[in-house]
Design a protein around this ligand. Structure first.
Ligand code: UDP
Ligand code: MG
Length: 312
């Protein structure tokens, strides 16, 4: 009979047919090397390639491998949540399927949890992504830390380890849009970070289009902070103050110099700028309202078609 796993590895998969086997061939020996009972839970996030077939093969061949098969594409974070619910290990490690996170780093993370840290984040050393992605991440990291008051160096790196308590708390959350590293951080009492290597995506292309990336970052910003709304309110106050000053100036000018007739286009410029701010604000409020709406409908966050390898 199989022992209760001590380490659960959680891997979201979306159209990664070329990466699954190479990943598994590196991951499996690393896990065997730990000498501890483990399980590897893949969530197939509605792949349309041969990923599911390959995963089923792995689940049949190895009793440690389990697969949660989604009914459609619900996103990376939902895929991880579904696997969290099924996981039973004392320590739960997440990583990407595309070999950007080297599986060889897992023991380092596990050791850090064993030292007593309940959330172990990681920081990608010499990150192998496009300049655009690296710059965008830098902005996200700095602004999210400022807005949420959390302290994390690399929000985007999914190679992370969590203690069972943290995963149990995450499992109690029912939010429909989320960002797991940030969610875990809110429950952490003793978080730490380690440096990990980073590789280029082995095969295939990033599963995040620019649009999906922006949506994900809105989930992060709005999901963990209302500072954007507060900043917007502040901006409104500041503009109002300037408007009053400007009106006073025009009033005085009218008596001193006479009526203002020119400067129509300057007025347009100022107006467009202000309208821009207003539209931005409405959009921002919309982001929050949309998420509230999503939450109140209470629809299932994901649909599991079938599970493989969990026994029974
Ligand atoms: N992924 C997923 N569902 C999605 C998008 C991505 O399960 O809708 C998985 C993907 O298969 C990979 C991980 O999430 O294992 C990270 O995706 P990707 O490598 O494309 O993101 P990037 O590294 O470009 O940020
Ligand atoms: Mg990747």
């Amino acid at each position: 009979m199989s022992q209760k796993p001590y380490i659960s590895i959680v891997i979201p998969v979306y159209n990664e047919e070329l990466n699954i086997r190479p990943l598994f061939e590196r991951l499996y020996p690393v896990m065997q090397g730990t000498g501890k009972p483990f399980e590897i839970i893949f969530t197939d996030d509605g792949s349309r390639d041969r990923s599911m077939e390959i995963l089923k093969g792995l689940a049949n061949a190895h009793q440690e491998v389990k697969v949660v098969e989604f009914n459609g594409n619900f996103g990376q974070h939902m895929a991880i949540l579904a696997a969290f619910e099924k996981s039973t290990g004392e320590i739960v490690v997440t990583l990407d399927a595309d070999l950007q996170n080297p599986p060889e780093e897992i023991p380092k993370l596990v050791a850090e949890v064993e030292k007593g840290h309940d959330v172990v984040g990681s920081v990608r050393q010499s990150r192998q992504d496009t300049l655009f992605r690296r710059l965008a991440s830098r902005i996200v990291n700095i602004s999210t830390n400022k807005m949420t008051g959390m302290r994390m160096s690399d929000y985007g790196c999914m190679l992370r380890a969590y203690h069972r308590n943290i995963v149990d708390n995450i499992n109690r959350c029912q939010e429909t849009t989320t960002f797991i590293p940030a969610l875990a951080q809110t429950f952490a009492s003793n978080p730490s970070e380690v440096l990990v290597a980073h590789a280029e995506r082995a095969e295939g292309e990033s599963k995040y289009s620019l649009y999906k990336l922006i949506r994900l970052n809105f989930d992060l910003m709005t999901g963990f902070s209302v500072v954007p709304l507060q900043l917007f309110a502040l901006m409104g106050i500041v503009t109002s103050c300037f408007s009053v000053l400007f009106a006073l100036f025009l009033l005085v000018r009218r008596f001193v110099v006479g009526a203002e007739v020119e400067g129509v286009f300057t007025l347009f410029a100022i107006l467009f700028f202000l309208i821009g701010i207003v539209i931005f604000g409405i959009g921002l409020v919309g982001e929050y309202v949309g998420r509230v709406y999503q939450e109140v409908r209470r629809r299932p966050r994901y649909v599991i078609r079938r599970v493989h390898g969990f026994g029974e």
